[in-house]
Ligand binder design. Structure first.
Ligand SMILES: [Zn+2]
Ligand SMILES: [Zn+2]
Ligand SMILES: [Zn+2]
Length: 509
């Protein structure tokens, strides 16, 4: 804080000529006679952009604001659609004040200011006695004579973060110093993805290896260590719809929103070399699965649309299976007695059964003329014989994924065009077969437990979001996917960009 005041004074007096800062300088401070402002990356909202640009030229006549956009879909959309930015009112902030997690904090702060009478209303709610009773049990509030009085320690508003509404955090403790030192914290829902044992945690340019994550105590113990890699967690996310509040069908697709339960489990991680991004190794993670109740908005493709897209091979990829494929295919059929391994149906005259890869072929990374990884993919252990009906079912469970994951990436990153949020405020789950419908589904959910009001707004604004997504994938100059449209090459299957475009076009009409 003292350094900050010094910089502010220097700016006012003209002894400091330039300052490099995070968005901390965006709000509230008067930093005097700046003539130019360079923003690195779109700040995420029209409101923030004007705020930051307005830091320059507070007193002088003319000033200059420069926006350098990153490669994210949102930044690329903004830079190719300047009219969108200049023609748009600032976004409204979204926070669901009736979310129990947020409400509990608000009630605690209110009780600190003035005692509550039993049955007293709060905001839109007739009474908050249940919450006050809960706070009473926790010892923060005392009830006597029908009146709730704050008796807790400290100042409750100090514990409420204004930027995020997640109540609980995991503290990161560096045990390589004596005594151990707290060097940071992450919110609890993100902890399994960021500070699992074996993870590399970066802090002020130094790298730390996570030794232990004590889930109950909310402490991650880390040790300073110079390593040449970073880590990335792999997780499975399942979303179950608990209650549908609204549903709307738009011909080839339908969308709905409501309460969802999100189950995430971090299963392992990869060590990836810095700069070259090659995979150096991997490890397993054994952490309890995380369950969270929140609100979500989901997109269902209709059966007609799925059939059409499968015919057009948008939801299935055409791949070069390598030179030994015909021989391995015949060997698999012979091994299985020319019968479908799922339903037992024998082959019919003139129509051979299909042979299916259990682990998807593309997952092996075969590049014709470069490596011979097709041998691993086509090993007999990885092949099963399926009749056309069962094969279609198996492919539907998977083939949809590449176009759907491209779509999910685009929509999540473009959501801030419609609602005030960061792409990281939304989680996504892609299912090739949703349990309720047996058809492909993409779900977006509020990552704040209980919901922050993002999903219901997204539900209302789905059409313009789909239009922006189609525009982005059509105008992106890359060959086959990049961070600015459907996601980086290498993380997505080849052909994802083309398939995502055709999926979006088919959804449009
Ligand atoms: Zn079958
Ligand atoms: Zn197959
Ligand atoms: Zn691209």
């Amino acid at each position: 804080p003292s350094q900050r005041r010094e910089i502010e004074r220097g700016l006012r007096e003209g002894t400091v000529r330039a300052v490099v800062a995070t968005n901390a300088l965006e709000l509230g401070v008067d930093i005097g006679e700046l003539t130019a402002c360079v923003m690195v990356g779109y700040p995420g909202s029209v409101a923030s952009t004007w705020q930051q640009a307005g830091r320059a030229g507070r007193r002088a006549g003319a000033s200059l604001a420069i926006l350098i956009t990153s490669s994210s879909p949102l930044d690329q959309y903004i830079v190719t659609h300047p009219r969108y930015f200049f023609g748009r009112p600032v976004e409204e902030a979204l926070l669901d004040p009736d979310n129990p997690a947020i409400l509990a904090d608000h009630v605690a702060c209110a009780a600190f200011e003035l005692p509550f009478e039993a049955g007293e209303g709060f905001g839109r709610l007739a009474d908050v006695d249940d919450l006050l009773d809960l706070l009473t049990e926790g010892g923060a509030v005392h009830r006597s004579n029908g009146r709730y009085t704050w008796v807790g320690e400290g100042y409750p508003a100090g514990a409420v973060g204004l930027r995020t509404s997640t109540p609980d955090a995991v503290v990161i403790q560096d045990v390589s110093t004596e005594p151990p030192q707290v060097i940071g914290q992450v919110d609890r829902p993100s902890a399994p993805m960021l500070v699992y044992p074996g993870a590399v945690y970066l802090h002020e340019g130094a790298s730390y290896l996570v030794e232990e994550l004590n889930w109950e105590a909310g402490i991650a113990r880390v040790r300073a260590e110079e390593v040449e890699f970073y880590t990335r967690a792999s997780a499975t996310t399942e979303v179950r719809v608990v209650e549908t509040v609204h549903r709307r069908a738009a011909g080839p697709w339908a969308t709905g929103w409501g309460a969802v339960e999100v189950t995430t489990r971090v299963t392992g991680y990869r060590q990836i070399r810095r700069y070259t991004h090659e995979v150096l190794g991997w490890g397993e993670v054994d952490l309890p699965e995380q369950r969270m109740e929140t609100v979500g908005v989901w997109l269902d493709l209709s059966e007609d649309l799925v059939d059409r897209l499968q015919e057009e091979r948008v939801l299935r990829s055409v791949v070069d299976y390598g030179p030994n494929w015909p021989a391995q295919r015949d060997a698999a059929r012979a091994r299985d007695g020319y019968r479908c391994r799922y339903c037992g149906a024998p082959e019919r005259e003139g129509r051979q059964h299909d042979v299916h890869h259990i682990v998807p072929f593309h997952a092996f990374g075969y590049i014709p003329g470069v490596n011979d990884l097709y041998r691993l993919a086509n090993a007999l252990d990885n092949l099963i014989t399926l009749c056309p009906v069962c094969h279609r079912r198996a492919e539907r469970a998977r083939g949809a994924r590449s176009a759907l994951s491209g779509l999910a990436y685009l929509l999540r990153h473009l959501a801030p065009l419609q609602i005030l949020c960061a792409p990281g405020d939304l989680g996504t789950a892609v299912e090739a077969r949703a349990p309720e419908t047996g058809l492909p589904r993409v779900t977006f959910y509020d990552r704040a437990p209980g919901g922050a009001g993002l999903s219901p707004r997204l539900f209302e604004l789905f059409e313009p979001l789909l239009e922006a997504a189609l525009d982005r994938v059509r105008t992106c100059p890359c060959a086959d996917g990049c961070p600015g449209c459907v996601g980086p090459v290498g993380e997505q299957e080849a052909g994802t960009k083309e398939r995502t475009r055709r999926l979006l076009e088919a959804m449009g009409g």
